[in-house]
Write a protein that binds this ligand. Structure first.
Ligand SMILES: *[C@@H]1O[C@H](CO)[C@@H](O)[C@H](O)[C@H]1NC(C)=O
Ligand SMILES: *[C@@H]1O[C@H](CO)[C@@H](O)[C@H](O)[C@H]1NC(C)=O
Ligand SMILES: *[C@@H]1O[C@H](CO)[C@@H](O)[C@H](O)[C@H]1NC(C)=O
Length: 384
């Protein structure tokens, strides 16, 4: 008896899922054609965008595709001139590729030969509609209005207001929030909120944009810098529509300054007050240039051990861009021995005042130490 019910129930369940398909009026097939672009994106993406007008919103966000000067296309979401989300950055598609939202509720980006490049993987999961919300979230909805898929779950280098970022381990969730400033009602306030596993929420104040910061985002740039951008919808000129409202590594601060950006001075170089000021070498300092690099002649290694004579030259008054010195104190000679034994170690940093050691497998930007800083010394490895 019970097995009859089970079969009946299964039939009912299957047929009810089968009923929830996308109404044909909502389906679309959009083809990437050569056409006049709607505008150009800001420098970071330096491309031309074309809006995909089958999915619209009443906000400055738009579903679009963009192309750089080669005829390949990336599907994305833009906020004004900034791209805030990309579907297929690593796999651009060529002309005549298609974006299809079919009856089954799957959103598929495919090459002209039908090869699928990207998809939401939501076929037959009860999707009935697609929407671009006014907060920039592209969502696929079921009959109850629940999100079966949302672009907010697939962040790229950009975090938008109220988009939860879920890193693993210690921090459960990071969210960029916009709210009216407490004391000054004319200002808004941008904060970064952390929900940790062990403690209550922590909020980090970022900025008080001079206008409503609802349309803001935080971006991790290719150079490793973190910046918030805010968009002012009421601006009537494009030049006053955007403001960089927060910069983590800034020219205006001592710590962290631009000199703490690992690649500020490329592979090697001394940075002082946001300028690359020198390229140290075993034969003494030289002017910094893009080709400045740490000694290429390193002692040979075999089986993880250093063979041959190891030498170091000293640079007084600099720190490594990161500041992960050992907790344990040690003598300079111990720090040096550890570096000499380690083939990956390209140099070591030693704090004479605290007797702390840092071994570096990557040198990059050397940050001029604050104050006189003569108790901070870098020792760069080379083969004699
Ligand atoms: C964007 O470009 C398309 C195709 O060239 C055009 O049909 C559409 O009107 C443009 N939209 C805007 C907002 O300019
Ligand atoms: C794209 O499709 C158009 C119209 O079907 C065709 O004329 C054109 O050759 C195609 N271009 C490419 C690169 O496949
Ligand atoms: C732009 O807006 C400002 C302030 O609202 C106004 O004073 C100005 O006349 C406007 N300019 C144009 C070109 O509409």
């Amino acid at each position: 008896m019970s097995s009859v019910f089970l079969i009946l129930f299964t039939i009912l369940a299957v047929s009810s899922i089968a009923q929830s398909t996308v109404p044909s009026s909502k389906t679309f097939k959009y083809t990437f054609r050569e056409q006049l672009a709607n505008g150009s994106l800001e420098e970071e993406h330096s491309g031309l965008y074309t809006d995909i007008q089958v999915v619209r919103t009443n906000s400055p966000f738009a579903l679009c595709h963009y192309t750089t000067f080669t005829p390949v296309y990336v599907l994305g979401i833009r906020l004004g001139i900034h791209l805030v989300w990309e579907a297929n950055k690593a796999n651009p598609v060529q002309l005549n590729s298609t974006l299809t939202f079919g009856l089954t509720g799957n959103l598929v980006l495919a090459r002209p030969n039908g090869h699928v490049v990207w998809q939401t993987g939501t076929a037959n999961k009860g999707v009935v509609d697609i929407k671009l919300h006014s907060d920039g979230n592209l969502v696929l909805l079921d009959k109850q209005g629940k999100f079966v898929w949302q672009s907010f779950d697939y962040p790229t280098d950009t975090l938008m207001v109220d988009q939860p970022l879920r890193p693993r381990e210690f921090i459960e969730q990071v969210t960029l929030r916009n709210s009216p400033a407490v004391d000054e009602p004319f200002l808004s306030e941008l904060t970064l909120n952390f929900k940790t596993r062990n403690f209550a929420s922590l909020g980090m104040w970022l900025a008080n944009p001079k206008f409503d910061s609802k349309f803001s985002f935080l971006r991790l740039g290719d150079d490793g810098n973190l910046k918030a951008y805010s968009y002012f919808t009421k601006a009537n000129m494009s030049w006053n529509a955007w403001e960089v409202t927060y910069t983590l590594f800034s020219r205006e601060y001592q710590h962290p300054s631009e000199c703490h950006l690992p690649e500020k001075c490329g592979g090697f170089g001394v940075c002082e007050e946001s300028q690359c000021v020198g390229c140290p070498s075993p034969n003494g300092p030289m002017w910094w240039s893009k080709t400045c690099s740490s000694p290429s002649k390193l002692p040979t290694c075999a089986g993880g051990k250093t063979i041959g004579a190891v030498s170091y030259f000293e640079i007084v008054g600099v720190d490594h861009f990161s500041s992960e010195y050992s907790r344990r104190t040690m003598r300079l000679i111990e720090c040096r021995d550890q570096c000499s034994r380690d083939c990956k170690c390209k140099g070591f940093f030693y704090q004479k005042d605290t007797s702390k050691c840092l071994l570096a497998s990557q040198l990059n930007t050397l940050t001029k130490a604050e104050g006189t800083g003569t108790d901070r010394v870098a020792f760069i490895k080379f083969a004699k």
